[in-house]
Each structure stands twice: as structure tokens, then as C-alpha cells.
Design a protein around this ligand. Structure first.
Ligand SMILES: *[C@@H]1O[C@H](CO)[C@@H](O)[C@H](O)[C@H]1NC(C)=O
Ligand SMILES: *[C@@H]1O[C@H](CO)[C@@H](O)[C@H](O)[C@H]1NC(C)=O
Ligand SMILES: *[C@@H]1O[C@H](CO)[C@@H](O)[C@H](O)[C@H]1NC(C)=O
Length: 523
């Protein structure tokens, strides 16, 4: 409790300090000055997001079973940049009450979090449900509701139970049943108080980098085949959970359930080269369409371009069967329309160009099948991890892409945020949120994109997968040197709170000193 009121006081103090310490910025005219001309509607869903493995810790407490990230990192400590793992992380297993106060201090009415599959089902299967897991999530969800915050719960945010990985993970068709069983337990136990669910988080990142490459666990590197099997059964598992919910729980629980997909922005490297425009479309079809088309398009199934491309490449490479599995007619129908909203995670944009080959591509692989070159714009600011540059208009563009390709489906931006190397005076993060949210306002007010919610990634500095604790995305700083994992709000927390409360962006609320102004300020 003492900890909780300390956090609340820090937020209040920081808000005042930041108001007093306005520093004169660049005086050049640009898009992003004063008050935004557009505002967020009263019912626009503002929230903040986290994921279980990235914050909970308590890896072996209360009988929790091991997930693939536990097992793999214990066996390969140097997989992460700082040789860290998720054993303690931000210790939210013990400190969740403080987390709730932090969420509340931002003024948001929604908190997106994920459940650890193995905290609830230690063996992954539904024959044994952990009492401790039940209690932990019940307390957490009830605590949020008492604080007037609606939980949005993700069932799978990458921490697959190790016993299911031993059976092949998402490449085993039987995983579809296992996931449905897990979802049933979750809906049964928590559906009375959880009314917003997401099934799977970022299948593209998980399958491409975990099954088709070595960047994420399980680091299978089964390129060309593994990422497509993972994609196929993840999609089917999602659809099963969706229909389970709406046939057996929805009628009395009255909630909504959807999937969260990720997409980088894609900009033609040479705007006047038609081949680069084709390359952009190819890229988006392979990375977003592969997942979105079966669910959100009017025709269903994998996108025609992807189907033809992988079939052709497979034949050309001597395979009798396509490396991309086929859905049955029943499966196509089951997938079509199986999401109540389009969950989008978006962070950055790449320049895409037509090219004939790249020595870095493995053969076969999804990259090789996609066949386009990607690079970063040298002038776009890179405040942290190598994959991350700032280009706000890319956000508006991807929102429009979704609108134009998948009907005007309601979009919830389930993650968006900035990566840096830490610090409480995070002017670049403040500027990132202001500019990206402004692009969202333009998409809604000018382009009529149906964006109904936005979740900032992330509540606090966390375990960032293979980056360990080196790169930071938090609105709150976490002291990883301290056993208390002390949380302290950054300037961006005060700024986000201001946006949420006023429903408008005030670009001058926290004015960065000139030296912090990103060079490409007017983009
Ligand atoms: C708001 O609108 C005015 C008048 O059209 C324009 O000059 C100004 O740049 C706009 N400001 C923003 C932040 O869009
Ligand atoms: C990490 O560990 C693996 C296996 O033990 C080893 O092959 C590799 O060289 C190590 N890498 C680094 C950077 O230490
Ligand atoms: C961009 O594409 C156009 C049309 O193909 C071409 O004429 C021009 O030279 C290209 N520009 C660059 C910088 O490559």
C-alpha cells in the first residue's frame, strides 16, 4: 500500500514539474504544434498493454509450469543480449496491485495483459488446473474492475507450455485442440468478469522469427516450412477459440473476442518506381495478408498472391506439395469473419523495393518467398533497437491499408510505442506518442478509418525478448538493480495521461529541449 501511494504521488509531482519545466523548442513551423485540431471521442478506448512473460516473473511459484521461454533461456543463457531471463522480470506476480495503481494513474479505462498458459495449466493440458493460477488472475482482474479498469486478456502472447512444444508446438495439428481446451478453461473461470479477449498476439512475429528463424524462441530455424505450419495451425486454433466463445459463452457472457496482428509500415523506396509499389503490396500480402485475409477478407482463405507464390516456389524447388498448407472448405468458412475487431500492433516503417535477390535469405524461407528488399531510411531517427526507426505517417498508411482491404472493420491498436535505452526524461517517447496519435486522429477524422481504441506499449520497462532488459518501452521506469523492482513514472506517463484525460494532444505540454528534437521533425 505504501508503495502504491508513493507511485501515485510521483505521478502527480511529475505532472506539475513537467508543466513548469517547459523548455523552448525549435521554432520552425511544423505539423505538430499547439493543440491537435482533432480530438478523441469520449468512447474512444484508451489503454496500456503488457504481456505475462515480460513482466510477471514468479516463474516457478505457485506450481507454475515451464513455458518455452523459461526452458530455452535456462538452457541458452546467452540468447538474450544481457544474458537475462524472465525468472523475476518486473515481479508483477507479487506487485500486481502496484501495477493497477499505475494503470489508474494514467487515466486509461483499459488494461491489455496476457495470461501465462502454464500458470493456469501447468502441463499445458486441461486435465489439471492450478489453484494458484486461478487465484492470481481472479485477484488481478477483480482488482482492475474495482479500479474501474476493463481488462482485455490475451490468451497467447508467445509463452507456449514446454510440454506442448515437445510435441511440436504450433506445427502439430493437435495444438488446435489444446488451445481450444485452454481457452475453454479461461472463459469458464473468468468470462464472468473478462469481457474482452484476444486469442493470439502477433502470429507473424512468432512464426516467422521463432519457427522460420532463430530470433525468437523456440528458435527452430525450420525456414520455409516451419513458419507456414505455425501460421496454419495458429489461425485454426484462433478460429476454434472464437467459435467456442460465441457458441458457448458469448450468449450469456456478452463479450468480444478477436486476434492481434502486427504490421510494419511499408513505403516504396522509390515512390516513382511502379515496381517498388508492387513490392510494397507483395510485402504486405506476405506479412499481414497471410493472417488477415483468411479472417477479414470477403473471400476468405490465404491471399491469392501468397497461395500462388508459395505453390510456385515449392514446385520450382522440387517439392511435390506446397510448403504452405491448404485449408479445407470447412476451415475457410470457420476462419472467415472470426474476429470481432482487428487488433493491430504497429511500431515502425521500412522502405521496400523490388529486387532480384539477397544473399541473406535462406532457401527456402518466407523472406525468399516474399522476394522484396527492406531497408531503413537513413534520415529516420533510431532511438533504440536496430529494427526501430520513427516514421509517424507510416501508421496512418497502414490503418488505411486495413480499411481499404478488409472492409471498414473496427480496429483496436493493441500495441504502439517507442524503443529507447532508458531514462526518466524520455522526450523522444513523448514526441513519438504525440505524433503517432496525431496520425491516428488524421486516419479517423480525414480518412474515416474505424479505429475505436489504442493501447500504448507498454506500462513499464520489461523483458523485451532477445533484447533482455537492454531496450526499454515503458511509460514507467523499473529499477532492475533493486529487488523491489521500484517503478517510477517517466515524462511520457504524464504526457499520455494528459492526452487520455483531455482527449486531445497538446504538443507543448512537454516541450523537449532543442537537442532532443528528432531531426526529421516534420515528417
Ligand atoms: C490546425 O489547423 C490550422 C488551420 O487549418 C492549421 O494552420 C494548423 O497547422 C493545424 N494544426 C495542427 C496541429 O494540425
Ligand atoms: C552462446 O552459446 C552457444 C551454445 O552454448 C555457443 O555456441 C555460442 O558461441 C555462444 N555465443 C556467445 C555470443 O557467447
Ligand atoms: C525512381 O524510379 C523512376 C522510375 O522508374 C526512375 O526514373 C528513377 O531514376 C528512380 N530514382 C532513383 C533514385 O532510383
Amino acid at each position: 500500500m505504501r508503495g502504491k501511494s508513493r507511485v501515485a504521488m510521483r505521478v502527480a509531482a511529475l505532472t506539475i514539474i513537467s508543466l513548469l519545466s517547459l523548455v523552448q523548442g525549435s521554432s520552425e513551423p511544423d505539423l505538430y504544434r499547439g493543440l491537435s485540431n482533432y480530438t478523441f471521442s469520449e468512447d474512444f478506448m484508451f489503454g496500456v498493454a503488457t504481456a505475462a512473460f515480460q513482466i510477471e516473473g514468479g516463474w516457478n511459484e505457485g506450481g507454475r509450469g515451464e513455458s518455452i521461454w523459461d526452458t530455452y533461456l535456462h538452457k541458452h543463457p546467452n540468447f538474450t543480449l544481457d544474458r537475462s531471463n524472465g525468472d523475476v522480470a518486473a515481479d508483477s506476480y507479487h506487485k500486481y496491485e502496484e501495477d493497477i495503481v499505475m494503470v489508474q494513474s494514467l487515466g486509461v479505462k483499459y488494461y491489455r495483459l496476457s495470461m501465462s498458459w502454464t500458470r493456469l495449466l501447468p502441463e499445458g493440458t486441461d486435465n489439471y488446473v492450478s489453484e494458484d493460477g486461478k487465484k492470481y488472475y481472479r485477484n488481478l482482474f477483480e482488482g482492475l474492475l474495482k479500479a474501474n479498469i476493463t481488462p482485455m486478456v490475451t490468451l497467447f502472447h508467445w509463452d507456449l507450455p514446454t510440454p506442448l512444444m515437445d510435441l511440436g508446438g504450433w506445427t502439430n495439428p493437435k495444438i488446435v485442440d489444446f488451445f481450444e481446451d485452454y481457452a475453454r478453461v479461461a472463459f469458464n473461470l473468468f468470462g464472468d468478469i473478462v469481457k474482452l479477449w484476444t486469442t493470439i498476439n502477433e502470429p507473424h512475429q512468432h512464426c516467422a522469427n521463432g519457427y522460420g528463424n532463430i530470433f525468437f524462441v523456440p528458435a527452430l530455424d525450420a525456414h520455409g516450412i516451419g513458419e507456414y505450419l505455425c501460421t496454419h495451425y495458429i489461425l485454426l486454433a484462433h478460429a476454434r477459440a472464437y467459435h467456442l466463445y460465441h457458441s458457448q459463452f458469448g450468449p450469456h457472457q456478452h463479450g468480444k473476442i478477436g486476434i492481434t496482428l502486427d504490421s510494419f509500415g511499408a513505403k516504396p523506396k522509390n515512390e516513382s518506381n511502379p515496381y517498388d509499389h508492387v513490392a510494397v503490396e507483395q510485402y504486405l500480402q506476405m506479412h499481414l495478408g497471410l493472417y488477415a485475409h483468411p479472417i477479414f477478407s470477403s473471400t476468405g482463405d490465404y491471399p491469392e498472391f501468397v497461395r500462388k507464390r508459395v505453390d510456385y516456389m515449392s514446385r520450382d524447388q522440387g517439392y511435390t506439395r506446397s510448403r504452405l498448407p491448404y485449408f479445407t472448405t470447412e476451415e475457410i468458412a470457420m476462419l472467415k469473419g472470426s474476429s470481432d475487431f482487428f487488433g493491430l500492433n504497429h511500431y515502425t516503417t521500412y522502405l521496400i523495393s523490388h529486387c532480384s535477390g539477397n544473399k541473406a535469405w535462406k532457401v527456402p524461407s518466407m523472406d525468399h518467398d516474399t522476394g522484396v528488399c527492406m531497408e531503413q531510411h537513413p534520415a529516420w531517427v533510431k532511438p533504440g533497437a536496430d529494427w526501430f526507426t520513427i516514421y509517424p505517417p507510416g501508421f496512418r498508411k497502414i490503418l488505411n491499408y486495413i480499411k481499404n482491404n478488409y472492409g471498414n472493420v473496427p480496429i483496436i491498436v493493441t500495441e504502439n510505442g517507442l524503443c529507447d535505452y532508458g531514462g526518466l526524461e524520455d522526450f523522444v517517447r513523448v514526441s513519438y506518442f504525440n505524433k503517432y496519435l496525431y496520425q491516428l486522429l488524421l486516419a479517423v477524422n480525414i480518412d474515416r478509418c474505424n479505429v475505436i481504441g489504442y493501447f500504448a506499449w507498454t506500462l513499464m520497462d520489461d523483458f523485451e525478448w532477445n533484447d533482455g532488459y537492454v531496450t526499454k518501452f515503458g511509460l514507467f521506469h523499473v529499477d532492475y538493480e533493486s529487488p523491489d523492482r521500484t517503478r517510477t513514472p517517466k515524462l511520457s506517463a504524464a504526457n499520455y495521461g494528459q492526452i487520455v484525460r483531455t482527449r486531445q494532444i497538446d504538443f507543448d505540454f512537454i516541450k523537449p529541449p532543442t537537442k532532443y528534437q528528432p531531426q526529421s521533425n516534420r515528417l
